[in-house]
Write a protein of this length. Structure first.
Length: 598
């Protein structure tokens, strides 16, 4: 035990000496070396995340890194690896889906009637789960219009214009397309386009009557055009003599009614006759009433009088025919005799007057008679106050009647008479000649007539054999200037017998024409067993005899097949006569027996 304790003390002493030696070496031999650091291996992992609502940020790569440093090496720095550049892909607004858009035509109603050329508003609405790209419009299977939607709305209410001059049925269809290539089923309506029969109408609303303007002054004309179809063209036309000169026009297609306000001006002095003509898309033409515009000058009225005589009997009448013209409009004309007004003419509208006047003025009851002549002249004034006085015309008035002038009669020209037109033609087309009808059946007539000068009427005439007077059965009137006329009539015979018929046609010139007369036989109404034999082949109604005194008509018998005697009666008739005779004999015998027994 002592030995063990001793060893331990020696060891501790040695350790203390060694520790002191080490510290002394450190203080005397220089700086002690830096103790080597110790590292623990480590790993850095970065995971990129994707934000659905925006562009994707570049991901950071996970870099596992392990380092072991020797003593005395510098501390390493962790340099990250370069990251790749990633371009974010655009996020689609709508996910792919197979649903098709839907579309519906709202107006007009299916089966509506539309005038040819009329502009129609086709309204439709379409919708989709996401977006509408375009809408196609078809007319009878052909693409009429396409509307694209750049902003890709999910719902659209669309109005498209359509018109057609093709008469008949039109099937109008609309189809919607979405942004994913889906197309809607078509929505269709059928419209009936009919031909417009009426012509367009045009009226000038301003000015409503003649106006007067200065040379070069602009005039605005206001007019309105109406039509069942669209207006294709409007023309402002000036009529110069027998020619029409288009001043201006509007060639754009417009809905009716359309209000047009063209301008007009002229440097040509005088009256100008204007009117407006409208043409619709179907070619129909209509025009307004004439409008007179006077282009004024600075001249006074031009007046030219013409006197009926320069010598009158007392209380006679002097006639002065006056022609006057003024671009500013004549307001009044006055006939003056020795300075006194005897007659006058005044314009209906004094503010504009009348550019041309042709009128007669009278001095009635001329006189009293005197040796010196009367001074007669005409005074005229226009709408701007300018006036004209014609030179005096001396007119003498005597107390007695002046000698009557002698006139040499001129024979009237010889006129070549115009030959009258040919008379009308008439015919009975049904029944044929020799017809036969049994009572109570009716006879169907079909007649026809023609005339080169126009028909007035057709008449059906008939009579029984032996009847002295013919009877009018029916009349067909004709329209004005009708060259051909047909008619039908069912005649119910009142009795049996031979009848005759003909047709008489009357034309506009008072001429008549008769058809050939046809004949027929009306058989009496009898029992089936007592029907008379019809006339045989080749036997006409002319072979039938009508007894006098109203006796029954006897029809010649026709031999039965195999009979030798053509005049013999039928076997059935013989049997009937034998039976009738037997019954009569039995009855007479029974009556005789009863009387004898009594």
């Amino acid at each position: 035990m002592r030995t063990t304790t001793l060893y331990l003390a020696i060891i501790l002493l040695l350790l203390a000496v060694l520790a002191g030696a080490s510290t002394a070496c450190t203080n005397s031999c220089g700086p002690a070396p830096t103790p080597a650091p110790t590292y623990t291996p480590w790993v850095v992992v970065v995971t990129a995340t994707r934000t659905p609502q925006g562009p994707t940020p570049p991901p950071t790569r996970s870099v596992p890194w392990t380092a072991t440093l020797e003593p005395g090496q510098p501390t390493p720095t962790n340099t990250p690896l370069p990251l790749p550049t990633i371009t974010p892909s655009p996020t689609p607004k709508c996910p792919p889906e197979p649903n098709k858009p839907v579309i519906q035509v709202l107006s007009p109603a299916n089966g509506a009637q539309v005038a040819s050329g009329q502009l129609i508003q086709i309204q439709s609405q379409t919708g989709d789960d996401c977006s509408i790209m375009a809408v196609d419009f078809y007319d009878n299977g052909g693409l009429y219009n396409r509307v694209d939607f750049p902003n890709r709305p999910p719902f659209v209410r669309l109005t498209q214009q359509w018109s057609s001059t093709a008469v008949g049925q039109h099937t109008l269809s609309v189809v919607a397309h979405d942004t994913r290539g889906n197309s809607s089923p078509p929505s269709s309506i059928t419209l009936d386009v009919y031909q417009v029969q009426t012509q367009p109408t045009v009226r000038i609303d301003y000015p409503t009557e003649r106006i007067v303007v200065q040379s070069g002054q602009d005039v605005q004309i206001k007019c309105a055009a109406s039509s069942q179809a669209q207006i294709a063209r409007l023309d402002l036309i000036e009529r110069k003599g027998n020619q029409e000169v288009v001043y201006t026009y509007d060639g754009t297609v417009h809905d009716a009614p359309y209000y047009w306000e063209p301008w007009w001006r002229s440097h040509e002095v005088g009256d100008h006759t204007l009117f407006v003509r409208a043409t619709d898309v179907n070619g129909g033409v209509g025009q307004s009433k004439d409008l007179v515009v006077g282009v004024a000058d600075d001249n006074p009225p031009a007046v030219q009088p013409s006197y009926s005589s320069d010598s009158l009997a007392e209380d006679d009448t002097l006639t002065v025919h006056v022609n006057a013209a003024d671009s500013k409009g004549i307001v009044s004309l006055r006939l003056l005799v020795d300075g006194q007004e005897r007659d006058a003419w005044n314009a209906p509208n004094p503010s504009v007057g009348k550019s041309h006047v042709s009128v007669d003025l009278y001095w009635r009851g001329a006189g009293p008679a005197r040796r010196s002549p009367y001074n007669v002249h005409v005074y005229a004034n226009d709408s701007v106050g300018k006036d004209t006085t014609t030179p005096d015309q001396p007119v003498s008035v005597y107390g007695g009647q002046p000698p009557t002038p002698t006139f040499t009669p001129v024979p009237p020209p010889t006129e070549t008479p115009t030959p009258p037109p040919p008379p009308p033609n008439a015919e009975i087309k049904q029944p044929v000649n020799g017809f036969s009808v049994q009572l109570p059946q009716s006879v169907h007539f079909k007649v026809k007539a023609t005339s080169s000068s126009g028909l007035a009427r057709i008449e059906l005439w008939g009579y029984y054999q032996g009847q002295p007077q013919h009877q009018l059965y029916n009349t067909w009137p004709a329209q004005a200037n009708q060259l051909q006329l047909e008619g039908t009539y069912d005649w119910v015979p009142p009795s049996a017998g031979v009848v005759f018929f003909y047709v008489r046609a009357h034309d506009q010139a008072g001429q008549t024409g008769d058809s050939p007369t046809i004949s027929g036989y009306i058989e009496p109404e009898t029992a089936t067993s007592q029907l008379p034999q019809h006339p045989g082949a080749g036997m006409g109604v002319a072979d039938l005899q009508v007894p006098a005194g109203g006796a029954a008509i006897t029809v010649p018998g026709v031999a039965a097949p195999g009979s030798v005697d053509p005049g013999a009666g039928s076997p059935a008739l013989l049997v009937a006569l034998v039976l009738l005779g037997s019954m009569t004999a039995v009855g007479v015998a029974a009556l005789f027996w009863r009387r004898r027994a009594g």
